[in-house]
Design a protein around this ligand. Structure first.
Ligand code: PFF
Length: 453
């Protein structure tokens, strides 16, 4: 069954949607910390090199597969795999983002709840000492986190239900510029705080003594994760890209936006963390414990500024999480509507129930289900580690092998150079092809080995 396919309306729309998928919690709670821990500017250089040599080629491989097939991820991937089990790799790549969005929207729910707290001026009205630890109390409650998880998922699916152009494109086109404006404003404010210079030093000062083998693996993993690779998103979004679009330019635009946002997030967060005399960490505690503590401390002297900054900050986190979760569910919606005959709204309702239930269990794993363990991990942590260590790398490997070794060379050339009409791309083509065929699979194997060993 084939429904008429929508297309993104312009290059800006393509880049906004792909950057929206890439810019997410990973940029805000992981990248700045990794940079500081791994030698500042030295890490950023390594990260850029890996993005150019590995992540961007995989990104382009996914783009080629998506646009050349003009179909959802299951059809796009399976069209290159023959045999009785040929549908399985495609199905896996539809399953991965749905698995991920289930627990990603638990965190999205936390950011929604924290935005509500910021709007209610809770951080300002609470003493800094009382703010610390309130995150642990909140996530271990049974109902509130569950409610916000479902609310976040409902907003995500609400946008997707509106369609590719009226939903995803419109949302990305206003939200990505808004995100950049907010993060720049916060960074400017953060840099004015006394003691903020130490944060800039932490973020930028090249320190090669901190560069170890682990640094390279972290840079590789973060660049892969941040560009949302291996989970069918780039394949699905690229199937909505017109044949006239320059895939290399769109890929560069999205990855540069992603890197820029990650660095700006570092400037927004770390100077304030150092100004407050706190050691930076990564993950949920940085966002939901450390920063509310800072908002509360600042709020004791300058309540209005603290209120504005805290509202803007949690709004930014919410938007960043939403544009990523939208891209995650679109993979499943495209599959259900095109291959299984669902209406868009019907597919969204089904995913709300499925991801709502699984994510609900992950949410409860911080409270009533804390004793349930799989492979020694709580449900949320298991879901995250299974996705990051197994599903994503498997997805990445499937794509580079299929595009590098199974897809006919002329098809790859045609998509990357628009039938040989883009001169610069024609020149770059042999390099990109080499990177997709040889460098990318080796890089992914290194990621697999590093997670096993
Ligand atoms: N690339 C986005 C981020 O950095 O947050 C989205 C994302 C990546 C979501 C990987 C989930 C994931 F496992």
């Amino acid at each position: 069954m084939h429904t008429a396919r929508e297309k993104f309306g312009s290059r800006m729309a393509v880049i906004a949607a792909l950057a929206g998928s890439a810019i997410g919690l990973g940029n805000i709670w992981r990248f700045p910390y990794l940079v500081g821990e791994n030698g500042g500017a030295a890490f950023i250089v390594i990260y850029i090199v890996f993005t150019l040599l590995l992540s961007l080629p995989i990104f382009l491989a996914e783009s080629v597969l998506g646009r050349s097939s003009g179909a959802n991820c299951r059809v796009a991937v399976s069209s290159l795999v023959k045999g009785r089990w040929g549908h399985l790799p495609g199905l896996l790549m539809v399953f991965t983002p749905l698995w991920i969005v289930s627990y990603y929207s638990v965190v999205g729910g936390w950011s929604l709840e924290y935005l509500v707290q910021a709007v209610r001026l809770d951080f300002i009205h609470t003493a800094p000492a009382d703010v610390t630890g309130s995150f642990g109390t909140f996530i271990s409650k049974p109902f509130a986190p569950l409610f916000f998880h479902l609310a976040f998922l409902a907003v995500t699916l609400g946008v997707v239900a509106l369609g590719v152009k009226s939903g995803i494109e419109k949302f990305s086109k206003w939200s990505i510029p808004t995100l950049f404006v907010i993060i720049v404003l916060i960074a400017v404010y953060s840099l004015t705080l006394p003691g903020s210079a130490k944060g800039v030093e932490y973020l930028l000062k090249p320190d090669f003594s901190k560069v170890t083998v682990h640094t390279f693996i972290s840079a590789l993993g973060q660049s892969f994760y941040s560009l949302s690779l291996g989970m069918g998103i780039v394949i699905t979004y690229s199937s909505y890209v017109s044949k006239e679009e320059n895939l290399m330019v769109a890929g560069m635009g999205s990855s540069v936006s992603d890197l820029l946002f990650a660095i700006l997030a570092g400037f927004a967060i770390l100077p304030a963390v150092f100004a407050a005399g706190i050691e930076p960490g990564s993950g949920p505690t940085l966002i939901f414990d450390t920063l509310p503590f800072i908002f509360s401390s600042i709020g004791q002297n300058t309540p209005v500024i603290s209120a504005v900054v805290s509202i803007l900050f949690f709004l930014a986190i919410l938007i960043a999480a939403l544009t990523s979760s939208i891209s995650l569910v679109e993979v499943g919606v495209a599959y259900l509507t095109e291959t299984k005959g669902f209406s868009r709204v019907g597919a969204c309702v089904l995913l709300f129930v499925g991801c709502g239930l699984f994510g609900g269990l992950c949410s409860l794993s911080f409270g009533p289900l804390a004793d349930v363990h799989i492979a020694g991990l709580g449900l949320f942590d298991f879901a995250d580690s299974f996705a990051s260590n197994i599903l994503l790398v498997l997805g990445g490997l499937i794509v580079v092998i299929l595009v590098g070794w199974v897809l006919p060379g002329q098809e790859l050339f045609k998509e990357l150079t628009n039938n040989g009409t883009l001169g610069a791309n024609v020149k770059l083509y042999p390099v990109v092809r080499f990177l997709i065929r040889y460098v990318a699979p080796v890089g992914i194997l290194i990621l697999v080995l590093s997670s096993i060993l």
